[in-house]
Ligand binder design. Sequence first.
Ligand code: ASP
Length: 422
Amino acid sequence: MSIKAKKPRGLTAKILMAMALGLSVGVVFNQLNTLSWVQDYILNGLLYVGGQIFISSLKLMVVPLVFVSLVCGTASLDDISKLGRVGGKTLAIYLATTAIAISLALIVAAIIQPGSGFNLTAEATFQAKEAPPLVETFLDIFPSNPFQALAEAKMLQIIVFAGFFGIALAFSGAHGKRVLNIFNDLNEVIMKMVMLIMHIAPYGVFCLIAKVFAEQGILAILPLGKYFFVVLLVLVVHVVLTYGGLIKYMARLSPMEFLRNFKDVPIFAFSTASSGATLPVTLEAVEHKLGVDNSIASFTIPLGATINMDGTAIMQGVATLFIAQAYGQDLSLMSMLTVVVTATLASVGTAAVPGVGLITLAMVLRQVNLPVEGIGLIIGVDRLLDMARTAVNVTGDAAVTLYVAKSEGYFNQKIFDGDQST
Ligand code: ASP
């Protein structure tokens, strides 16, 4: 499937420049943010509006893109029975990488002890919102009204409906073929819209980053420096070891080439702190830069954006130990295993929008009898960590997708190698 609209040239460089500029401007405005005109016109005016328009434009594409792309993907699978195998394999690897992520987080946090000697303050009050119960989360996968699922952007329900529709198309002979042609054309148009939105990315990224740093300030990190550092460290270790290993030893591809082809996507994820909003960009890159066939990517990427959040799980693992250490409580091996299981499930239940990982953390803390108000301790740096963990969340989706596609024979080496003629 060829894509006519080309990504703007030098986009990565422009976005990186926008980030650097946003950071500097944000730090300056952080010193001025007590002034009411800065609050009203700059932070909640210009920067807020610019950032929201960018996020809305990305989100605008998510539902149509996932639906249309997944219908095309399932309908063009040469063997529908593969759907079950690919689905099972993807799910298993998503869950396994998440469990590895939390285990790494627990090991590193146990060694570095970011919460030891932490001076608890009385202000640490946090009213955790209730995380949804698991049964409800499971039942929520099955739509009873497709239009409601689309209108409310319920990703798993959309996946189920689009997959079902795609399978029916494949079995509908000439009728199905005619409808599929329309969907294939629509897919091209929607991808073109995604490309057009990428043109405004540098402006959007500037606004988002400037606002975050103007509100948070870099100094907010200092009292929680050790916690902040441990989360970042484990995020990097997980990307290098787990994803690097998966790509090099299981997919037998170059991890460096993977990063070179995929680098724009984590930058988008970092700026928006939402794997949901980044989804159109992820899907575009996985298909047109990593060489994964649409029939795999259109299914595994939306699924991953919804349930696979290794970065979030890492934050939850480190945060759990941090809170335990800060409150002087020891976690037994059994409790640690409980954390691995619950944080894996919590990351499945975490919505792909900013800050939700902190809410589902309450579920993990409750499970091992740690004070939920401990979340109040780390909330101050969560916005910045949210950006970093979202970048890891989307990278995990792509790494697993690449491996599944390669192992199932739905991978185009020429596209991965950057051969423009394909
Ligand atoms: N912001 C994350 C994401 O969208 C979720 C979270 O950890 O809060 O992937």
